[in-house]
Design a protein around this ligand. Sequence first.
Ligand code: GRF
Length: 195
Amino acid sequence: MEILVGNKKINIAVFISGRGTNLKSIVNYSKRKKGNFLIKLVISNNKYAKGLVFSKKEKIYTRVIKYDNKIKAEKKILDLLRLKKINLICLAGFMKILSKNFIKKSNIKIINIHPSLLPKYKGLNTHFRVLKNKEKFSGCTVHYVNEKLDSGKIIVQKKVKLKKNENINSLEKKILKVENKIYPISIANEIKSIF
Ligand code: GRF
């Protein structure tokens, strides 16, 4: 991994598959005066991802990567990471699992945000399962990515309380609001400690 000195900003790549609210909050945060990172690359495996409209509007270098062949797709992504001199990858609703080989070869730290209090409710449909189990609390977790799904070192976690008549939509909305707030802040803080 590259060691950076001085006031140089960290180049980050954001990987998305859909809506892109976290991408938007990361981009907006990076524009702050004291922001310590720049979004140099947006990758999506889905050409219809809503977040792409935003990244293009922001004139961020954006690439859609077809995933019908995972090995080829990851090879293309590795090339783009090198081309754009990326120092950190942030997953924001990216629905593909990165291979062990990709994680090793990229030699870049990868961060993700997950809508549950990990290690509880790894994987998909978290809000449904949380409600089904009548949990009193849920939340979101910013964590490092390793080769096991939603299992890397936890960076930050925020709890939210469930109300009595909570449903999937209201819970998703409540947690997403917290995600959008904490994700860029945790990225900025992590950058301070790792570079
Ligand atoms: C978020 O809930 C995030 O935690 C999960 O995927 C969702 C992405 O939302 N990994 P958005 O595309 O950033 O709006």
